[in-house]
Design a binder for this molecule. Structure first.
Ligand SMILES: [Zn+2]
Length: 109
């Protein structure tokens, strides 16, 4: 006999696809001015996918530029704080993938 302990999934979320597949959204908060937005992870993943960018959380932070700091202060502030949340998106300006594109990607993985 073998013991099968009920361990938590040893599979940490690592990229936008993981977050989208689990239904978590992404909150980015500027470390300088505190401006924050919640993005739908599926729409954010689709943006990175279309641009051909690597979609690990690390890369997402590296690419994000705070618009408030840029407009008000003229400085480029990157690396916002990154959190996975269960709240609905506050920024819905990004288009998401079509149901077909999403299902195709789910099958591909
Ligand atoms: Zn800012």
């Amino acid at each position: 006999m073998f013991s099968m302990p009920d361990l938590p999934t040893a599979y940490p979320l690592r990229d936008l696809f993981d977050a989208a597949a689990r239904g978590r959204n992404v909150r980015l908060t500027c470390s300088r001015c505190g401006h924050g937005s919640v993005f739908g992870s599926r729409a954010l993943w689709w943006l990175f996918r279309r641009k051909g960018w690597v979609d690990t959380f690390r890369e997402v932070r590296r690419r994000c530029l705070c618009i408030m700091c840029l407009h008000r202060l003229g400085v480029k502030v990157r690396n916002p704080e990154f959190e996975l949340v269960d709240e609905p998106p506050t920024d819905t300006s990004l288009p998401g993938p079509s149901e077909l594109d999403w299902k195709r990607e789910l099958r591909r993985r």
